[in-house]
Design a protein around this ligand. Sequence first.
Ligand code: SF4
Length: 350
Amino acid sequence: MKPFIYDLTFDQLQEWLKENGEPAFRAGQIFDWIYVKRVMSFEEMSNLSKGLREKLMDNFQFVTLKEITHMKSSDGTIKFLFGLHDDNAIETVVMKHNYGNSVCVTTQVGCRVGCTFCASTLGGLKRDLTAGEIVAQVVAAQKILDKTDERVSSIVIMGIGEPFENYDATMAFLRNMIHEKGLNIGQRHITVSTSGIVPSIYKFAEENTQINLAISIHAPNDKLRSKLMPVNRRFPFDDVMTSLKFYQEKTGRRITFEYALIGGVNDQVEHAEELADVLQRMDMLAHVNLIPVNYVPERNYVRTPRNDIFKFHRALVDKGINATIRREQGHDIAAACGQLRSKHMESNAR
Ligand code: SF4
């Protein structure tokens, strides 16, 4: 199968052009066609020679994301279920905020990390997405927003999959998003979220970007985290925290700690206090984002009562920790990662 044109970073495209006897500046023209004009065929690239267009056609293809379904929330959030060339399905979510539009992308078909509150991991990992298949989700979102003259202003890598287990494709995707000739999205408007793949956190610290890092922490200690997130047995709590500290020292960036509140499991005031103590002990520049867990029928977790969410939040703030309760978006359309795909898989299996 031919690689996707979106798989290539700007530097890789320049390299390919050089190898094929073409001037490097053509990379800028090609990026303009695919990211600014957002064409979906090489034939349309009218300022390239016929010979180059043919070479591109012979060597690359466009990603075809087939919309299987979409759901629109009353708050404007749209969740798409896209079919890939091999009949796998992925989710992409477009969220409307008062500060702009953000897109939540998927990096893998399924996930092997196994977080116990997550629908995306139920069927395991099918395969990694290529960089181009991740890019295509943002381009598809942008093409939808083009109709109302809006733009994608931020990206979160929090959809299906563990981006740091598909590291190279995720990095190539990010490079295309931030490239001035690509979608040119500000680095500080992009967040990559990991479950704590320690070697990749160290690698990411060395990438020299301003992209935000979020860690799905969900527990204040090793024992509880291992119960909720089996990945914690591979990369224990303390090792995760040490790698984050290294990342922070290297980049000077604040880290977001995602904490899904699960009724009666990890949502007591003592959990908040324990988390605050860890963050203070590590002298971590942190922001804790509290997320009331979405009901996943297969997992039987219940939501934390509203009052307890506020108590948890207050306990963190009282200990000097910067914390917010995430405004829920698309709750009425099951915007939690993996739920639309798992419903689709169920109905296909029937
Ligand atoms: S929460 Fe993310 S990392 Fe955990 S199982 Fe789901 S998709 Fe994988």
